[in-house]
Design a binder for this molecule. Structure first.
Ligand code: NAD
Length: 490
């Protein structure tokens, strides 16, 4: 018998008003791993009220930034203490390998540490005033009540990019994790409580997008929505947020080009082209799923990739020999299968994969074989649409200009990569690539100090780095006249 996990509102762990319960399953074998209370609009309204009260009347926004940073450091300590438990929960919930979840937990502790450390480093600045006998200063203040909405692919990592800056900036908030992967989010709220964050500052509601998420986006009492998820959901949120001209920060999808020039280090480029996509079964917003390969090495490159892909071991994320786990859900498996079927109909060639595995041990999980499509052209849906699964499309190019033109031919602009040993060519390329993050001879590396976000339909705003903290602040100009005088105009 599982204990039903609760929502966290105003410092109390509560069942939802409806008493509805959701079961959470392991995507590796569909076993029920948890039961959680199902929040809805009534619970969300209560959470918003608690956050509003804590912002308007509580101590958190007025505490020194140093003190908030100290508490956020404690959260990082607690994440490190409970790293193994958190990693196991994440792997159970998402199917990703335990090793990947352990990396995630190290990254997450790092995100809390980074923001704890910069919490009190920006005390505002004095600006030159052209008006005599005045002092002008510009300061940053918390924005208010924030709604934080997260996806299922990196449940706690994406949450940490929002929770840590929202806390150190002095906001109060309501977080809504994806309804299919809430387990590590519930655990982090236990740690936030243990670290001593006052009641009402951090609230957690556990429910669907069209109830809890919509209530947050539509509320007149929420000042900011920070959302990570799909483009269509992001557009809904933009519309809903207009009700009170809420600030929005959107981290949306990607279809990320990875350009391989013939003068790149061949073996490393092959290896990193695979790493750039197949971790977490390709369910990564920045996955380098659009491979652009220079014609002179195309066939050799494809052969090398295919040989390696055939050896990728699918299985239980808790088995040390597993390299790739399942997709997140039956619904998502159908989506990826349809995407591949469509690619075949469009004329792309399946070089490897293109179906579910036949291994009897994998039939209870949502597995899909790592897949490579060749003979792709930029007008195909498989090249333009985000699969959010283990699928690479390969296009050929002959000139640098063509490579850049293909790379930029997308509604997305999240990330991209260039592989070459010609450093001048590399710099020329990245200067023209319309993406929020570009890598030269690397792919998918990121760290808390550097901003993350997208051009075009990949989003609005930035997470991580100092810009990621700015999203959670308002800027105020304070002008002090030291020698007021009458004008005698009226
Ligand atoms: P999704 O848009 O379906 O859901 C994301 C979250 O939004 C979930 O919590 C969901 O319940 C909620 N939601 C759904 N409808 C809503 C509504 N009407 N109002 C408010 N909230 C609503 O996305 P997903 O399937 O969970 O995640 C996959 C997507 O996330 C992919 O497109 C991926 O590229 C993107 N993603 C982007 C980044 C990034 O950094 N740019 C990172 C991770 C994932």
């Amino acid at each position: 018998m599982l204990t039903i996990k609760k929502q966290f509102i105003d410092g109390k762990w509560l069942f939802s008003e409806s008493n509805e319960v959701r079961t959470i399953i392991n995507p590796y074998n569909q076993e029920v791993i948890a039961e959680v209370t199902e929040s809805d609009r009534i619970d969300t309204k209560a959470a918003i009220k608690a956050a509003r009260n804590a912002f308007n009347h509580g101590e958190w926004p007025n505490m020194t930034a140093t003190e908030r940073g100290r508490i956020v450091h404690i959260i990082a300590d607690l994440i490190e203490r409970d790293k193994e438990e958190l990693a196991e929960l994440e792997s159970l919930d998402t199917g990703k390998t335990l090793e990947e979840s352990r990396w995630d937990m190290d990254d997450i502790a790092g995100v809390f540490r980074y923001y704890a450390e910069i919490a009190d480093k920006d005390g505002g600045k004095i600006i030159d005033s052209p008006i005599p006998n005045t002092i002008s200063k510009v300061v940053k203040e918390p924005i208010g009540v924030c709604g934080l909405i997260t996806p299922w692919n990196y449940p706690l990592l994406q949450a940490s990019w929002k929770l840590a800056p929202a806390l150190v900036a002095g906001n109060t908030f309501i977080m809504k994790p994806s309804e299919i992967t809430p387990l590590t989010s519930i655990k982090i709220f236990e740690l936030i409580e243990e670290a001593g964050v006052p009641a009402g500052v951090a609230n957690l509601v556990l429910g669907k997008g069209n109830t809890v998420g919509a209530e947050l986006s539509e509320s007149m009492d929420v000042d900011l929505i920070s959302f990570t998820g799909g483009v269509e959901t992001g557009k809904h949120i933009m519309q809903a947020a207009s009700v009170n001209v809420k600030k929005i920060a959107l981290e949306l999808g990607g279809k990320n080009p990875n350009i391989i020039f013939a003068d790149a280090d061949f073996e490393i480029a092959v290896d990193q082209a695979l790493n750039g996509v197949f971790f977490h079964a390709g369910q990564i917003c920045s996955a380098g799923t659009r491979l652009l390969v220079e014609e002179s090495i195309h066939d050799e490159f494809v052969d090398a990739l295919v040989a390696r892909v055939k050896k990728i071991k699918l299985g239980n994320g808790f088995d040390e020999s597993t390299q790739m786990g399942p997709l997140i859900s039956a619904e998502h498996l159908n989506k990826v299968s349809e995407y591949v079927e469509n690619g075949i109909k469009e004329g792309a060639t399946v070089a490897v994969g293109g179906k579910r595995p036949e291994d009897p041990d994998l039939q209870n999980g949502f597995f899909y074989l790592p897949t490579i499509f060749t003979n792709c052209t930029t007008d195909m849906d498989v090249v333009q649409d985000e699969a959010f699964g283990p699928v690479i499309t390969i296009e050929k190019f002959t000139t640098e200009e063509e490579a850049i033109q293909l790379a930029n031919d997308s509604i997305y602009g999240l990330s991209g990569g260039v592989w070459t040993n010609d450093i001048v060519k590399a710099e020329r390329c990245v200067a023209k690539m319309r993406m929020g993050t570009v890598w030269i001879n690397d792919f998918n590396s990121y760290f808390p100090h550097a901003p993350w976000g997208g051009f075009k339909q990949s989003g609005i705003g930035r997470e991580l780095g100092e810009l990621g903290l700015d999203e959670y602040t308002e800027t105020k100009h304070i002008m002090h006249n030291l020698k007021p005088e009458s004008m005698n105009w009226f």
